[in-house]
Each structure stands twice: as structure tokens, then as C-alpha cells.
Design a protein around this ligand. Structure first.
Ligand SMILES: *[C@@H]1O[C@H](CO)[C@@H](O)[C@H](O)[C@H]1NC(C)=O
Ligand SMILES: *[C@@H]1O[C@H](CO)[C@@H](O)[C@H](O)[C@H]1NC(C)=O
Ligand SMILES: *[C@@H]1O[C@H](CO)[C@@H](O)[C@H](O)[C@H]1NC(C)=O
Ligand SMILES: *[C@@H]1O[C@H](CO)[C@@H](O)[C@H](O)[C@H]1NC(C)=O
Ligand SMILES: *[C@@H]1O[C@H](CO)[C@@H](O)[C@H](O)[C@H]1NC(C)=O
Ligand SMILES: *[C@@H]1O[C@H](CO)[C@@H](O)[C@H](O)[C@H]1NC(C)=O
Ligand SMILES: *[C@@H]1O[C@H](CO)[C@@H](O)[C@H](O)[C@H]1NC(C)=O
Length: 453
């Protein structure tokens, strides 16, 4: 209960990931500095050596900084000696295969992009640039237990997406995911940002030569909600959550979309007052305020998912939809604001992973409501699939920024000195990182839905 209480008060990490305008200015200054550096490097290379700048930029994906010696061949996990380290040859995904059950296996070739080859990584998730010293966490790929999973092919993907519009709807984890996708795709075609909202929370990008449009829509509750946060993401008044009304921010645009990945999650843990039928029906973590009935976050989460799933299943709504399940955090020995950390450097196996109670119950609700939708409307539900990334993500406590949410967090800190100032992020994912594999599954389920019924 204690951890739940702490989570529900206000989650700074999720609360305002883009920070104040001051922070944005800093980001802007960093960009300026970055381009100046690139410019200098270019001059240096061009005037000082015969190496072409292009060759310089195309360093091995795992060697953006000469870190390679640290990268060791990862030890085997479940079944020693029993995995293939070669690239996937067959695309043998049978309808019986549950691609969400499996293990992380070594992938010596590493990620397809780095902090150098992708310029769309948000500062707080740019672990390479922020100085995370270990790189072992980059050397894994997801292997379903009973079949091989085709590796995401950006060329093929963009070809299929010609003249299409794809939207991610949710919270900062959705943005984390969309940035991973953009980093992968931008290795093939550079993307144009054509819109961002005031807070840089919702964005639209376009891949011009494919006329492929990609949106991320900030709607952490998916419902109509009034939130009250200062620029640092600290809430100064309770969230007012309308359990019978979807957030128009996404429903108004919905008709445009061909593909949608939608998800709820951790924001439901925050203190919130529930509104239904124009009256206050209760609250979550209300602490006896105004004699309101404590209905809990599971109540609001279920109501939200019911509305969302009914909406996307309406026969008039043609978009192909994936509902992504909750993403587990990996704070150990505390929560985000009580010194919790995540300093592991290896994936774990299924037997080691233990999900926190909130994640278990949220995922249960997600699966229940999703299956209800499938049963209720056998016609219209043809366009709805599940992107169940929860278990694969649970096995990657090593994939979070931790202290490397900020650049060189231990600068000036003595070894072993406990520094309470350091804020760990054990919820979002490093880019590159495990979240890149969500795209392999996403494409498989979205574009080959018939194989997964
Ligand atoms: C796919 O897997 C099935 C079952 O394991 C096997 O019978 C079949 O030969 C495989 N097909 C290919 C193309 O590998
Ligand atoms: C990428 O990260 C490395 C450290 O891993 C750093 O030295 C380099 O400056 C970074 N480059 C960019 C463009 O962020
Ligand atoms: C580009 O794609 C959008 C849909 O995403 C479509 O409405 C538009 O007509 C397309 N433009 C061209 C030139 O095909
Ligand atoms: C909302 O109001 C309508 C009509 O007044 C009623 O039928 C419905 O049961 C109410 N729903 C809730 C959740 O109170
Ligand atoms: C809460 O309920 C109690 C008992 O019904 C009542 O005495 C009290 O005035 C109520 N408090 C508020 C703030 O409504
Ligand atoms: C993680 O941090 C804890 C506490 O500081 C320490 O005991 C442990 O050795 C660290 N683990 C790794 C892999 O660095
Ligand atoms: C299901 O599909 C059939 C044939 O396409 C149609 O006649 C029927 O109205 C649909 N039912 C629902 C509930 O949409």
C-alpha cells in the first residue's frame, strides 16, 4: 500500500517529461551546442584527414564512443547453448504461436541506431549520450518461445505505409515508443516534424517520400480529464477525471487514422476525483476528502478501457487498432521518489520476474476488457488486436535510464557516495533499448493480424 500511496501522489517522472520552458531552453541550447560540435568535427575531419565525414558518422552502431570493450558477449539465460545468434532466416510465425511469450536472446549485432544516427531521442532517454557506461543492455533481441519473429524491416514497413496515417495515443511511454519507431525508420528515410503542441507532448511527423504520417497524441487517461500541474510536474490540485467521456483530443482526430496503438497506464494511480453523469461519483486515493467514496484506480481504469474499446470497435471506425498493455517499472529498494533504483545490467528470465501488484491488476483488467470486446462484437472487433508487451518488458530491468536520465549524473560525486539528489527513472526506456523490440511485435500483430486470432 505504501508504494501505491507514493505513486499515486504525483509522479514527477511521468508528470511533465518535457519540463519547464527553462528546461526546454536548455534542450534547445544543447541542440545548438550539438550542431556546433558536429560542425567542428566536420571541419576537423575534412581539413585534417582523408576520412570522409560520412564514413566517420557510420561507425559501428555499438561504438559511438569507443565503448565496445565493455560490451561482452552476454551470458546465456534460460537454455544455455540453445539459441540462434544468427539472424532470423525463416519467417515462420504460425497462428498458434504466442509471440508475447519467450526470452531475450543475445543479439551481437546490436541496435540499428545509436545516439549518433538518430536525432529524435528525448534527452531523458538518451542513455548513451548521458554517459551510461554499460552497453550490454543493447545486445539482446526478443525470441518468442514457439516461433521466430520477423525482424522489423523499415523499408518494407514504409512501403506498406504509403499514404497511411499511424497514431500512438497515450502517455509518455507511448512517446517513448514512437521515438523508438522513428529512430528505426529514420535510418531509411529522414522524417519531418510537421506539428507539435505547446508542451511538445503531441506531435505529428511525416515521411515525405512515402507520404506516411505518424502522430503521437498526449492523452494519459484517454478520458476527459482536468489536470493541475505546475511546470515541474508537481500537481497542485486533484485531477478531475470524467469516467463517461473520452478525451476529444484523440477522438476528434480518430477518423483520420489507418493504424492506432493505444494504451493507458500509470496515470490512473494518481489521486483523482471521478465524475460520472455530471456528478462526483467517487475518487481514487481521496484520503477521506469531502466524504467521497474511495472507488480506486481499478474502477476508473476499467471504465476508461471499456469506453475506449467500445469506441474503437464501433463498426464505423475503420482504423486497425492495437491495445498495448501496461508497462512494468523496475524501481528496486524504493519508489521513484524514495531512492528506488534500477542498476541491473542483464535481462532476467521468466522465473525471476515478479510483477508489482498494480501492474498485475492493471494487466488483468486490460486482458478482461479486451477479451470482452472480442466476444461482444465478433464483426467489428476484427480490427482490434492486443500488443501485450508487459511480460517481455518485465524481463528487462536493465533497460531503463536509471540515473542516466540526466547527462553524467555522477559527475563530481565520489565513488560509493550516496547522493540523494540523483533521480532514477526506472519506468521509461533507454533509446536504443528494449522498447525497440516492441516494434517487431507491433508490426507482426498489426500487419499480420489474421495470423494471431
Ligand atoms: C514452420 O513451422 C512448422 C511447425 O514448426 C513447420 O512444420 C514448417 O515446416 C515451418 N515452415 C517453414 C517455412 O519453416
Ligand atoms: C553519443 O554518445 C557518446 C557516448 O556514448 C558521446 O560521446 C557522444 O558525444 C554522443 N553523441 C551524440 C551526438 O549525442
Ligand atoms: C497522403 O496521405 C494522406 C493520408 O494519410 C492522404 O489523405 C493524402 O491524399 C495523401 N497524399 C497524396 C499526395 O497521396
Ligand atoms: C446516469 O444517468 C442516467 C439517466 O439519468 C441513468 O440511467 C444512468 O444509470 C446513470 N449512470 C450512472 C453511472 O449513474
Ligand atoms: C462527512 O460525513 C459526516 C457524517 O455523515 C458528516 O457529519 C460530515 O459533515 C461530512 N463532512 C463533509 C465535509 O461533508
Ligand atoms: C546496484 O546498487 C546496489 C546498491 O547501491 C549495489 O549493492 C549493487 O551492487 C549494484 N548492482 C550493480 C549491478 O551495480
Ligand atoms: C456483422 O456482419 C454482418 C455481415 O457483414 C452484418 O449483416 C451484421 O449486421 C453485422 N453485425 C454487427 C453487430 O455489426
Amino acid at each position: 500500500m505504501d508504494s501505491l500511496r507514493l505513486l499515486s501522489k504525483n509522479m514527477k517522472i511521468e508528470g511533465n517529461p518535457f519540463g519547464s520552458s527553462h528546461q526546454r531552453n536548455q534542450i534547445f541550447l544543447k541542440f545548438v551546442a550539438f550542431f556546433l560540435l558536429i560542425g567542428l568535427a566536420y571541419r576537423f575531419i575534412v581539413t585534417d584527414s582523408t576520412v570522409s565525414p560520412v564514413a566517420q558518422v557510420q561507425t559501428s552502431p555499438l561504438d559511438p564512443s569507443g565503448l565496445t570493450p565493455i560490451a561482452q558477449a552476454p551470458a546465456s539465460l534460460d537454455s544455455p547453448g540453445n539459441f540462434t545468434t544468427t539472424t532470423i532466416a525463416s519467417q515462420n510465425v504460425t497462428s498458434k504461436c504466442d509471440i508475447f511469450t519467450g526470452n531475450w536472446v543475445p543479439n551481437p549485432s546490436g541496435p540499428v541506431y545509436t545516439n549518433v544516427t538518430c536525432r529524435h531521442i528525448q534527452d531523458h532517454q538518451n542513455c548513451l549520450r548521458n554517459g551510461r557506461p554499460d552497453v550490454n543492455y543493447l545486445l539482446w533481441r526478443w525470441q518468442p518461445r514457439d516461433c521466430d519473429l520477423p525482424r522489423f524491416n523499415p523499408e518494407q514497413f514504409l512501403d506498406k505505409m504509403r499514404n497511411k496515417w499511424w497514431a500512438f495515443i497515450g502517455d509518455s511511454i507511448s512517446r517513448n515508443h514512437v521515438q523508438s519507431l522513428i529512430c528505426i525508420l529514420s535510418q531509411v528515410e529522414e522524417v519531418e516534424e510537421i506539428y507539435h503542441d505547446k508542451e511538445y507532448r503531441s506531435k505529428i511527423w511525416r515521411f515525405p517520400s512515402h507520404n506516411f504520417t505518424l502522430s503521437v497524441i498526449w492523452s494519459p487517461f484517454l478520458l476527459k480529464a482536468e489536470t493541475f500541474e505546475n511546470v515541474n510536474g508537481v500537481s497542485f490540485s486533484d485531477i478531475q477525471l470524467h469516467l463517461d467521456t473520452l478525451d476529444q483530443k484523440w477522438t476528434d482526430q480518430y477518423i483520420n487514422f489507418d493504424y492506432v496503438v493505444i494504451s493507458g497506464g500509470k496515470w490512473f494511480l494518481k489521486t483523482s476525483i471521478f465524475h460520472e453523469n455530471n456528478t462526483v461519483s467517487g475518487c481514487h486515493y481521496c484520503q477521506g476528502k469531502n466524504n467521497l467514496t474511495e472507488l480506486g484506480y481499478l474502477y476508473s481504469y476499467r471504465k476508461a478501457l471499456r469506453l475506449v474499446l467500445d469506441f474503437v470497435a464501433e463498426p464505423t471506425h475503420k482504423a486497425q487498432v492495437l491495445f498495448r498493455t501496461t508497462t512494468p517499472d523496475h524501481f528496486e529498494n524504493g519508489e521513484w521518489n524514495t531512492g528506488g533504483f534500477c542498476n541491473r545490467t542483464m535481462p532476467i528470465t521468466g522465473s525471476e520476474g515478479e510483477m508489482k501488484n498494480e501492474d498485475v491488476s492493471m494487466r488483468d483488467i486490460e486482458l478482461e476488457e479486451f477479451h470482452k470486446t472480442l466476444q461482444e462484437s465478433s464483426n467489428s472487433s476484427k480490427n482490434i488486436g492486443l500488443l501485450d508487451t508487459t511480460s517481455m518488458s518485465l524481463l528487462r530491468p536493465d533497460g531503463h535510464p536509471g540515473p542516466y536520465r540526466y547527462p553524467i549524473p555522477f559527475d563530481g560525486v565520489q565513488n560509493n557516495e550516496v547522493n540523494h539528489q540523483i533521480q532514477n527513472d526506472c519506468l521509461h526506456w533507454c533509446l536504443p533499448g528494449p522498447i525497440d523490440s516492441w516494434n517487431d511485435l507491433m508490426v507482426e500483430v498489426m500487419l499480420n493480424q489474421e495470423r494471431h486470432r
